[in-house]
Design a binder for this molecule. Structure first.
Ligand code: A2P
Length: 222
């Protein structure tokens, strides 16, 4: 009946604890500020504005609310595999538990700004097994051949009129290029790590020291 249908959340995921949210927001804003000033970035501004005009990246990306890493988008039960996911033993066992997420990279595209999450074996138990999370992203054909959990990320901001679901698509695109052997153009050693340009507005900062982020596995109803 309708009651059962609404008992499934909009999505399951890890919700970053508030202390680390503030730290990540600071770090990520500092990164955008620095990126904005780099000559290499200015050279490719056209990817962002359609013109060679300056953009203020801090304004360009709108924050998208509480920082989290979605495991399964359920859409209140309407998404494929939602019920199966909610019934997984690991999902029941770990519901409400605190995990340490490892944020290993920051990435920026003309659409989204996000952090890559490198999942542990234990955390992968909470990733949808049939890679349907990857398939939900649809528009990246090569995604099917990527290791499970490749799409794991925290959305840090979206450009105007861009939905947060795009962040995972953008990350998969970058990882696909890497997997195909594209080295990208290493443009800068920054304090936080190595910055690489993958073309058409895709920037990835591999963090020298991954950010360890305590997060609670739970769900969001909205
Ligand atoms: P993300 O996890 O990349 O931030 P919305 O507010 O648009 O309904 O989305 C709620 C959350 O679910 C967001 O975190 C969003 O993206 C994620 N999400 C939305 N749609 C999908 C989808 N089709 N597949 C996977 N995740 C999704």
């Amino acid at each position: 009946g309708p009651l059962e249908e609404v008992s499934l959340p909009l999505y399951f995921g890890w919700f970053l604890l508030s202390s680390i949210q503030d730290k990540i927001k600071c770090t990520s804003m500092d990164f955008l500020k620095t990126l904005d000033t780099l000559e290499a970035f200015k050279k490719h501004l056209i990817d962002f504005s359609g013109k060679a005009e300056e953009v203020d990246l801090e304004q360009y990306f709108q924050p998208t609310g509480i920082l989290h890493c979605t495991t399964k988008f359920c859409n209140y039960g309407k998404a494929e595999g939602a019920k199966e996911y909610a019934e997984k033993q690991a999902v029941k066992d770990f519901y409400g538990s605190i995990f340490d997420l490892s944020l290993s990279a920051l990435f920026v595209t003309p659409r989204t700004f996000g952090a890559r999450v490198s999942l542990t074996e234990e955390q992968l138990q909470l990733w949808p097994a049939d890679a349907d999370a990857e398939k939900q992203a649809e528009s990246v054909p090569a995604a099917a051949s990527m290791p499970l959990g490749s799409r794991a990320h925290v959305t840090l901001g979206c450009a105007e009129n861009v939905e947060p679901v795009q962040t995972g698509v953008d990350l998969l695109e970058i990882l696909t290029l890497q997997q195909e052997g594209q080295q990208g153009e290493q443009v800068e050693e920054m304090e936080l790590g190595t910055l690489t340009y993958y073309g058409t507005g895709k920037w990835l900062l591999n963090l020298r020291e991954p950010i360890s982020a305590p997060a609670c596995f739970s769900s969001f109803y909205g």
